[in-house]
Design a protein around this ligand. Structure first.
Ligand SMILES: Nc1ncnc2c1ncn2[C@@H]1O[C@H](COP(=O)(O)OP(=O)(O)OP(=O)(O)O)[C@@H](O)[C@H]1O
Length: 261
């Protein structure tokens, strides 16, 4: 099976700060890979290096066999990126946003028209094509942003906290779409703070303080830690890394008991 992503000792420093520290992993193509970790652990920095918007300080990465530094332009054509903020133009209609992203990728008019129709159907937005993006609900904006990221038919979709702040129904629809895209052969790299979403992933990687501390299927990681959920695995890693309990309930008991008064 071809590798969609390979990183070898990938490292990024910002002055004295080591944001990504010798990270090595391999994601086979056609899989959903969840990159997990607390805020500030190095997820976005890793993604930015894969997309070629940030140069690694050392180490290397490949996307479908192409070095992200030496073949940046080719790599970018293979990647569809959806940021946390959705990057849509609120003052454009649904269709105009898709036109905008299609033009960025220089899609010929006829092809853009076909892709647009496919995406409107995929996102359930056919009846809203003329709606101003600002007037869409969060879930629809999210699906439009996904559509915009897919307009050039990327082989690798990178989704940075795609479901942050959207309602549970939209979250469910979104993940059904992701699973279908994956079944059609697209590889997905997704960051999320929702552990129920992480459990849907084929492979997950936990990153803490820039270091990849664990990598495997959700079942493998739960078995290794002797935990029943990925949330418990996540908390176990945080406690081991920081040497502290995530929350000391004694303080809460004291507070409830009025001892702090
Ligand atoms: N341009 C930069 N200059 C200096 N430090 C940076 C820069 N970008 C990121 N960092 C630092 O690198 C570390 C990793 O940041 P990064 O954004 O990759 O984390 P993250 O896991 O994506 O966090 P979040 O979940 O909050 O998005 C953080 O300590 C951050 O402050």
């Amino acid at each position: 099976m071809t590798a969609a992503i390979i990183t070898e000792n990938l490292t990024k420093t910002f002055g004295p700060k080591v944001a990504v520290d010798k990270v090595s992993f391999l994601v086979p193509s056609g899989k959903i890979f969840g990159l997990l970790g607390p805020n500030g652990s190095g997820k976005s920095t890793t993604i930015r290096m894969l997309c070629g918007t940030l140069l690694p300080s050392s180490g290397r990465a490949e996307v479908f066999g192409l070095d992200v530094v030496k073949k940046t332009q080719e790599v970018r054509k293979l990647i569809g990126y959806m940021s946390q903020r959705f990057s849509l133009y609120e003052d454009l209609t649904v269709e105009e946003n898709l036109d905008f992203f299609g033009n960025i990728y220089n899609l010929p008019a006829k092809l853009l028209k076909t892709r647009k129709e496919e995406i409107l159907i995929m996102a359930g937005l056919t009846d809203n094509r003329k709606t101003l993006t600002a007037h869409l609900s969060g879930g629809w904006k999210q699906r439009l942003a996904l559509g915009a990221a897919m307009i050039h038919r990327p082989k690798l979709l990178i989704l940075d906290e795609p479901t942050a702040g959207v309602d549970p129904v939209s979250r469910r629809i979104f993940w059904e779409i992701i699973k279908k895209l994956c079944a059609a052969g697209i590889t997905v790299l997704v960051t999320t703070h929702y552990m129920d979403e992480a459990e849907i992933c084929d492979i997950v990687g936990f990153i803490f303080n820039g270091k990849l501390v664990s990598f495997g299927t959700p079942a493998e990681l739960m078995a290794k830690e002797g935990k029943e959920t990925l949330e418990d695995v996540f908390i176990a890693y945080v406690e081991r890394t920081t040497g502290k309990k995530v929350y000391d309930f004694k303080d809460l008991e004291k507070f409830i008991g009025g001892e702090t008064a």
